[in-house]
Design a protein around this ligand. Structure first.
Ligand code: 13P
Ligand code: SF4
Length: 305
C-alpha cells in the first residue's frame, strides 16, 4: 500500500466510525492531509471541544491529548502514538508547583499548556504561546510565577513591563538547540530572508528575529508577508507545510537540529490503527483531575478569546 492509498483508507474509516483527527502543526504533511483540524496547541484545545464526533484522535504529544480529554470528558480521546510525550511537560510536577507557591506567596501561578493535567490542577491560569501576552494583559494580577518555560516567560515579560515575573528553569530541548551561531550562519547564506522564530527559543535568538510567534503564528506571518525568503526557527515540519502552502517562496530551517523527535514519532500507520481501534492509547484522567485542571484551562479560553 502506498501513502495515498493509506490516507484514503483512513479518511473512509474515520467517516464511517465518527472519528475526528486532530493534528498539531509539528506533525508531518501526510498526517495533516487526513486531519479534521490542524493547528497550534491553543487552536487544537478549542476545536476539540466543539467537534461533533464522539472519538478524537490526537496526532501530537501526551499533554495535548490530556487537554482534549479535560475539555471533552465524554469523548473517547486516543493518543495515536503512546510514546509521544513532550519532555518539557514532565520537567515539573504538581508537588514542585505547591513548593514554589509556598516560597512565593502573593504570586499568581501561570503555567504553559505544555504541562501535565495533574500539574494544571495546582495553577491559576494556563497560557499558550499564541495567547500568553493577551491573557496576562487582561488580568489585574501584577506578580506572576511563570512555569515551566523561562524562555517563553522572558518573551512574554518583555512585552508586559508593568508586571513582575518570576521564572522556573524549564524549557524545550528542541528549541534550545537553536543558537545565535545558527542565526549568523543562516543570515550570511540568506541575507534577504526574514527570521521567524518560536518564543521557546533562547532570548538571544528571539532578540534577532523579525517575528516571534506560535507555530500557526509563524505560518500565517510567512503566508501573508510580501517577503520571498524566510529562515524558520521552530520544528522542521513548519518548513514542510510552508513549502506546500507557498511553493513560490523559499524557506530555510534555522538549524538541522530543529527536530522534535517526540512529535515525529507518530506515523500514518499509527493514525490508521487508532482509527480502527487497533492501536494508540485511550487517555483517562481521574475525575478530580479533570474538574480541577478544567478551571485554569477555562480561564485561558475565556481570557484568550
Ligand atoms: P504551539 O503552541 O505554538 O503550537 O507550540 C507547542 C509546542 O509544543 C511548541 O514546541
Ligand atoms: Fe515539547 Fe519542544 Fe517538542 Fe514542543 S517542540 S512538543 S515543547 S519538546
Amino acid at each position: 500500500m502506498n501513502t495515498r492509498e493509506l490516507q484514503d483508507l483512513i479518511i473512509k474509516e474515520k467517516k464511517e466510525r465518527d472519528v475526528c483527527i486532530l493534528a498539531h502543526a509539528y506533525q508531518s504533511h501526510d498526517i495533516w492531509e487526513v486531519a479534521d483540524f490542524v493547528g497550534d496547541s491553543y487552536g487544537l484545545a478549542v476545536k476539540a471541544a466543539s467537534a461533533p464526533q464522539k472519538t478524537v484522535i490526537m496526532a501530537g504529544v501526551r499533554f495535548m491529548s490530556e487537554t482534549v480529554k479535560t475539555l471533552s470528558p465524554d469523548k473517547k480521546v486516543i493518543l495515536a502514538n503512546p510514546m509521544a510525550g513532550c519532555p518539557m511537560a514532565i520537567q515539573m510536577d504538581h508537588d514542585a508547583v505547591l513548593k514554589l507557591q509556598a516560597e512565593n506567596p502573593g504570586y499568581t501561578t501561570v503555567a504553559y499548556i505544555n504541562t501535565t493535567a495533574s500539574l494544571k490542577t495546582a495553577v491559576d491560569i494556563i497560557v499558550t504561546s499564541s495567547s500568553a501576552v493577551k491573557i496576562l494583559k487582561n488580568i489585574p494580577d501584577k506578580n506572576i510565577l511563570f512555569i515551566p518555560d523561562c524562555n517563553l516567560g522572558d518573551w512574554v515579560a518583555k512585552q508586559l513591563p508593568e508586571k513582575n515575573f518570576k521564572f522556573f528553569k524549564g524549557g524545550c530541548p528542541t528549541h534550545l538547540r537553536m543558537t545565535v551561531k545558527d542565526v549568523e550562519a543562516q543570515r550570511k547564506d540568506h541575507p534577504d530572508a526574514l527570521l521567524l522564530v518560536h518564543p521557546e527559543c533562547h532570548p538571544d535568538v528571539t532578540a534577532q528575529a523579525d517575528y516571534v510567534g506560535s507555530t500557526t503564528g509563524i505560518m500565517k506571518y510567512a503566508e501573508e508577508s510580501d517577503a520571498r525568503e524566510f529562515i524558520i526557527g521552530t520544528e522542521s515540519s513548519i518548513v514542510q507545510h510552508l513549502q506546500f502552502a507557498c511553493p513560490d517562496k523559499k524557506f530555510y530551517l534555522l538549524s538541522k537540529e530543529c527536530v522534535c523527535h517526540n512529535m515525529k514519532m507518530t506515523t500514518l500507520v499509527d493514525i490508521y490503527n487508532s482509527v480502527i481501534g487497533n492501536g494508540g492509547e485511550e487517555i483517562t484522567l481521574p475525575e478530580d483531575v479533570i474538574t480541577n485542571s478544567l478551571k485554569p484551562i477555562n480561564r485561558m479560553i475565556e481570557l484568550g478569546g
